[in-house]
Ligand binder design. Structure first.
Ligand code: SAH
Length: 352
């Protein structure tokens, strides 16, 4: 049996065509589209004729993620969500308030298969990719739940966006639709651990998104250990791809560098990083320093904040823009991966 169309993953035009296929006027498709972007359930779409709503219930799937758990930071209003998908898979999404507007961090896979040594999301591998509609659904549901405008998106939740390439591209189109959520591509960051061929492919898409590359080391032997993907695409090839991304899109590449005590956080490491970036990147780049969020299952720890400040100051002195990422939601442990992991582990222990 053919799968029923997944309507949340439709563009406005597709939604109009779908309404017509069901024997309705195309403006009904437009109304449907408008409701879906607000996270409204079919029963609540009060200006649609009951007969159309009935057809929708029969003829399509409307996969809005379900909020399973929600943690609200008392410090800064950051909200972390555990979102359940239709088949019981779950992922995390985060709502963050910044001075320039609200940003949502979305997940793109249930789990991850990239194997980074310090990351909670990958500990149990990847269960499956999310569809474009499931990625969009996280933004829609958060918009509805908070009642606030979302102005930016970061693909920095669970999963590797470029390992779920087609759904990521489709999501970027959907979320930036003028008639829909209308989140400007310039306000979207796609974070990758460094899948070089996919970075080159992304550069060709003509999408003005910010590419955020998780570098975390400037030496291949260190990066090989922290991030297995480096054994396939070592640092030289990665930085070359970043340069090409900049040449093609004109968008500054930003690098994530998580400081891990004793692994990559000394001033010598900062110097090596500055040398390497200076050599490889001709054009603006920016380093986002992140203090490691320790994961129970690993033995890594974070350096003191003073160390991060020294590291940051050193990069700046060398003319490389650097900032230490402000930690939002520190009282709710708002970095990704751990809420899902607890949930999956609880489910396992119940089954046993
Ligand atoms: N797969 C994408 C998105 C991952 S999450 C990527 O690799 O970029 C976003 C960022 O958080 C990445 O830079 C990732 O390396 C980093 N990260 C993962 N676990 C972390 C931890 N325990 N502490 C700090 N940063 C972490």
């Amino acid at each position: 049996m053919a799968e029923k169309p997944d309507i949340l993953g439709m563009t406005l035009e597709e939604s109009k065509a779908f309404a017509k296929d069901l024997g309705e006027a195309s403006f009904r498709g437009q109304q449907l589209y408008g409701w879906m972007q607000k996270g409204v359930f079919i029963d609540e779409m009060t200006n649609l004729p009951a007969s159309f709503r009935e057809k929708l219930r029969e003829e399509c799937t409307y996969r809005m993620p379900r909020i399973i758990q929600k943690q609200v930071s008392q410090i800064d209003g950051t909200i972390k969500y555990l979102m359940g998908m239709i088949d019981g898979e779950c992922v995390e999404s985060v709502f963050m308030r910044y001075a320039h507007g609200n940003t949502v961090c979305v997940s793109c896979q249930a789990g991850c298969r990239m194997g980074c040594a310090f990351c909670a999301s990958t500990l149990r591998g990847r269960s499956r990719d999310l569809t474009a509609s499931e990625i969009l659904g996280q933004v829609v549901v958060i918009g509805r739940d908070t009642g606030e405008r979302v102005g930016g998106v970061v693909m920095m939740g669970i999963g590797e966006p470029l390992d779920n390439y087609d759904n990521t591209i489709r999501f970027l189109h959907l979320v930036s639709q003028k008639e829909g959520l209308n989140i400007g591509l310039r306000h979207i960051s796609v974070s990758t651990c460094g899948l070089v061929p996919k970075i080159l492919q992304l550069a060709q898409e003509g999408l003005a998104v910010t590419l955020s590359v998780s570098l975390h080391a400037s030496d291949d032997s260190v990066r090989d250990r922290l991030m297995p993907i480096n054994r396939t695409y070592p640092i030289d090839s990665l930085l070359e791809a970043c340069q090409q991304y900049f040449d093609k899109t004109g968008r500054r590449v930003s690098f994530e560098y998580t400081l891990i005590s004793g692994e990559n956080d000394s001033i010598e490491h900062a110097a090596a990083l500055a040398d390497r970036l200076r050599q490889a990147i001709h054009g603006p780049c920016h380093v986002n320093l992140i203090l490691l969020n320790p994961v129970r299952e690993t033995s890594f720890s974070a350096p003191e904040r003073a160390r991060a400040k020294e590291f940051c100051a050193y990069l700046e002195k060398r003319g490389i823009g650097a900032t230490i990422r402000r930690k939002l939601g520190s009282d709710i442990d708002a970095s990704c991966g751990q809420l899902r992991l607890n949930h999956v582990e609880n489910a396992d222990s119940i089954k046993k």
